[in-house]
Write a protein that binds this ligand. Structure first.
Ligand SMILES: [Fe+2]
Ligand SMILES: [Fe+2]
Length: 478
């Protein structure tokens, strides 16, 4: 059943906004605050227009339009995936019951919290990336950055719609707060740690879109399973847009590795610093950093909150319907990462422990995420192999550089050996970007804003956007 998209009002939508004047007015009064946030916290590089895709509906044949758009005039809209009238709860104690069109009173606080946490990450990444335009390696990359930015803005709209439509005055207040908190702010920071880190250079941006945006994909995947149907349908459509963000990260790192391999071969050396490319050990350090802070986003290995969310039907597992179990998990167990006591000593070692499957759901999701991340490393290593280079990239051990969960209190090498705090201090510069590494990477970030040109530290993409060539005029600068 297809709802026609309404594209005539102030807020494009496929939720029949005009039928609910109060809601429409509330959202229309939030809109100028959003635009003000975009102007003050969004991209800083002045542009005339950008070749962007805009979501116009959710249908299978075409949900987006491409064209040059002045960014402040971008049509941020509210689009939910089509309703499946026969949909039933897929897990937890309500399994098999019809899904909910309204928020059940007993789950109101929890659902609101889940939506606020998801909503907070969307504008955060726009804030983190706001200065990157000034150093874009090509107009193609600049366009991709802005595409990710406007869509994260739309994802904020998606969460704000739910808050306004289903959570009354508290929801409206939370929607305001989503614009007041800012990434890295001392007074009112974003909720999750990784979203307060800066994204100072394009290697960080590609690592962020690969590793941190991918966490978002997995969180959305669990919310897509929700028994609260409007949340499920919202997240289902957001996941469509996320695919492009993943592509930007995956191929971005591809192209950095590709260029490094080329320069290594050309000069027959591993030491490409000073030759305008990014050395493989530096790429590995950036990978180590972004991967480990992204693992923290999945929370502790065990969580009774998450167990309760699952049992209540609020948040499922990644690809819940492909799991071959009872989807209630009340009698299952799972091994989770843990510190364990070493017999006869007061030392603790990196190990695992068995817990009930419900309590270990964060671990389940993190494992799905980790195996997905391995796919990236595999393809980057294929580029190294095909380039005739012996070195390989690796995902560090789960205990490496963790600030959340079982390993937050210890230090470990990327290989997973436990270290003393002093040894960690002495050796961490070999594994995480140092000031020298960051300064070098930043020194490469000279803007290339000419059509068809590209910076020397990155290879051009294999394909352009929407069938356009690489040298297309993706962005007109102001
Ligand atoms: Fe997003
Ligand atoms: Fe994203």
């Amino acid at each position: 059943m297809t709802t026609a998209a309404d594209y005539t009002g102030k807020i494009p939508n496929n939720v029949s906004l005009h039928e609910d004047r109060r809601l429409q007015r509330a959202l229309e009064s939030w809109q100028p605050n959003f635009l003000n946030w975009w102007q003050t916290m969004g991209p800083t590089l002045p542009t005339q227009d950008v070749y962007l895709r805009t979501a116009v509906n959710v249908g299978r044949d075409g949900w987006a339009q491409f064209g040059h758009v002045a960014m402040p005039e971008y049509r941020w809209g509210i689009f939910l995936a089509e309703r499946d009238p026969g949909r039933r709860v897929g897990f937890g104690e309500h399994k098999g019951e019809p899904v909910w069109d309204k928020v059940p009173g007993e789950y109101r606080a929890e659902l609101q919290r889940l939506i606020v946490i998801q909503g907070d990450t969307e504008p955060a990444s726009v804030e983190q990336q706001r200065n990157l335009g000034a150093t874009a390696p090509s107009l193609y990359d600049l366009r991709n950055l802005f595409q990710v930015n406007v869509e994260e803005g739309r994802h904020l709209w998606a969460m704000v719609y739910l808050l306004h439509a289903y959570f009354g005055r508290e929801g409206r207040e939370e929607a305001e707060e989503l614009l007041h908190r800012n990434s890295g702010s001392l007074d009112a920071p974003r909720i999750l740690g990784a979203f307060n880190e800066e994204t100072p250079d394009w290697l960080s941006f590609f690592m962020f879109t690969y590793f941190t945006d991918r966490d978002g994909k997995y969180q959305l995947g669990t919310l897509k399973e929700s028994a609260f149907d409007p949340l499920s349908r919202t997240c289902e459509f957001m996941l469509k847009e996320e695919a492009h963000h993943m592509m930007v990260g995956t191929t971005g790192v591809d192209r950095v590795v590709q260029r490094t391999v080329e320069v290594m071969r050309e000069h027959d050396t591993d030491d490409v610093a000073g030759l305008g490319a990014i050395p493989l050990p530096v790429i590995q350090k950036y990978l180590n950093f972004h991967y480990s802070v992204s693992l923290d986003l999945f929370g502790g290995e065990t969580s009774t909150n998450v167990a309760n969310y699952y049992t209540a039907g609020l948040k499922g597992r990644w690809l819940e319907d492909r799991r071959r179990d009872d989807h209630k998990l009340t009698s299952d167990s799972i091994m989770v990462d843990a510190l364990s006591e070493e017999a006869g000593t007061d030392e603790q070692s990196i190990g695992q422990t068995e817990v009930s499957a419900l309590v270990g759901l964060n671990t389940d999701l993190r494992r799905e995420y980790i195996s997905d991340c391995q796919g990236g490393v595999k393809r980057w290593n294929r580029i190294l192999e095909e380039g005739g280079v012996k070195q390989r990239l690796h995902l560090p051990h789960v205990a490496f550089n963790r600030k959340v969960g079982a390993f937050a209190g210890i230090e470990a090498t990327p290989a997973g050996e436990k270290l003393s705090a002093e040894e960690w201090q002495r050796r961490q510069g070999a594994w995480l970007p140092t000031e020298v590494d960051k300064t070098y990477v930043r020194s490469l970030m000279q803007p290339v804003h000419q059509r068809g040109k590209i910076a020397a530290w990155i290879a051009p993409p294999r394909n352009g956007i929407n069938g356009q060539p690489f040298d297309y005029d993706y962005v007109h600068l102001a």
